[in-house]
Design a protein around this ligand. Sequence first.
Ligand SMILES: Cc1cc2nc3c(=O)[nH]c(=O)nc-3n(C[C@H](O)[C@H](O)[C@H](O)COP(=O)(O)OP(=O)(O)OC[C@H]3O[C@@H](n4cnc5c(N)ncnc54)[C@H](O)[C@@H]3O)c2cc1C
Length: 448
Amino acid sequence: MGGIRLKALLHVAAVMDEVSHMADLGIDFGAPKVDINKLRTHKEKVIGKLTGGLAAMAKMRKVTTVRGYAAFVGPNHVEVQETSGTGQEKTGSKQTIAFKKCIIAAGSQAVHLPFLPDDPRVVDSTGALELKEVPKRMLILGGGIIGLEMGTVYSTLGARLDVVEMLDGLMQGADRDLVKVWQKMNAKRFDNIMLKIKTVAARSQPEGIEVTFESAEPGGKAPEPQVYDLVLQAVGRTPNGKKIAADKAGVVVTDRGFINVDIQMRTNVPHIFAIGDIVGQPMLAHKAVYEAHVAAEVLAGELQGNAELASGAFNARVIPNVASTDPAVAAVGLTEDQAKAQGIKVKKGLFPWSALGRAIANGRDEGVTKLLFDDSPEAHGHGKILGGGMVGTHAGDMIGEIALAIEMGADAVDIGKTIHPHPTLGESIGMAAEVAHGSCTDLPPSKR
Ligand SMILES: Cc1cc2nc3c(=O)[nH]c(=O)nc-3n(C[C@H](O)[C@H](O)[C@H](O)COP(=O)(O)OP(=O)(O)OC[C@H]3O[C@@H](n4cnc5c(N)ncnc54)[C@H](O)[C@@H]3O)c2cc1C
């Protein structure tokens, strides 16, 4: 639920940013007054609604829920140390549950850097979501999506941001053309974007957390130590495979804590399945749910002797990903860099939202939609779409269309000739396909 909590806050931040942008259009609402306690309550209400809904649906389907810490005690039994209250306090009661089949879905947790002090001013994403107060200066340790989304919230609420990333760019894995636009639009949030820099030490001081940096390149220059009111460690997540006594059931866990599964989500023990963050990257909720459906169908099929259900498998071609920043960055399938690295020749269709009526009307025309089509000789000029992405407002709401196009093996004509409603941001997908095809009339003619 970390994702939903964060999205509830990101929505508030996006509205605040949008409202402040209205001043440029002649409507000035003045400076916002932030009541952090109310905001916190709102976020918890969102979660309450969702978890309440899930619990009700489980009950309707006659699912028994047992609350507590589970660990295997054999290949067909788990022991649960029960918990109660709002936290995770153990009640002292235990129960052993026998199972014919099991799905492991124990998730992951934030990586904690060993040299960071135990100090309430050093938090992971869970701690940052508590939104205790808004710091003046905040360091985001790790320039990935979770850190930057969280930074967006805190910066809109008033914090100045620094980000430190040991690699050479933020949002690694996302298309550089898209990240460039995001970075330009967000430059004002940051005092320092420290790339190819490592954090090597941190000390609790009365005035804040003093952080020391080192260059990630031999002989490179590092910034001077800095003092922060809040340090968010967002350097990745580690799977919980080693915390469930999997060995007692004979389930193999890798050194990093992952559990390997086949395309039916089956572990090395045939009646035990695993899904979600614990089975590997990408650690995303929609991937976990898809895998959960596969495992549940296979398992139910086997128990009921239903061969069709039992033959289920994970066969999605692509998994989209979204950074719900402002602007959002969304992508699915191959990026241009990945295509290059894999020696795949691609044709690019890039449509700038500066030529998109709806984006101009919204006063947010910085976006770009980019599609990549197979341009190998075997494709004979009708190559299927291999990947695509968008940077811009609501990009995350539109990426599903590109995922569907990849799943259906669409080419540029299929997408370009699909009528998209006008004026919408989604039109940019059809137009990017037309650009790749060479038939786009919404841009100046390309030079031949
Ligand atoms: C801040 C944040 C933002 C995110 N944003 C997004 C997003 O925008 N989109 C997206 O797709 N994904 C997002 N994710 C990732 C997403 O939350 C995970 O990929 C998804 O929740 C994984 O599902 P899961 O079932 O594997 O694990 P989880 O949802 O983590 O569930 C695992 C559960 O198992 C419990 N558990 C662990 N060990 C035991 C045990 N021994 N006994 C009993 N229970 C146990 C845990 O307490 C937890 O409740 C975000 C994650 C974070 C932290």
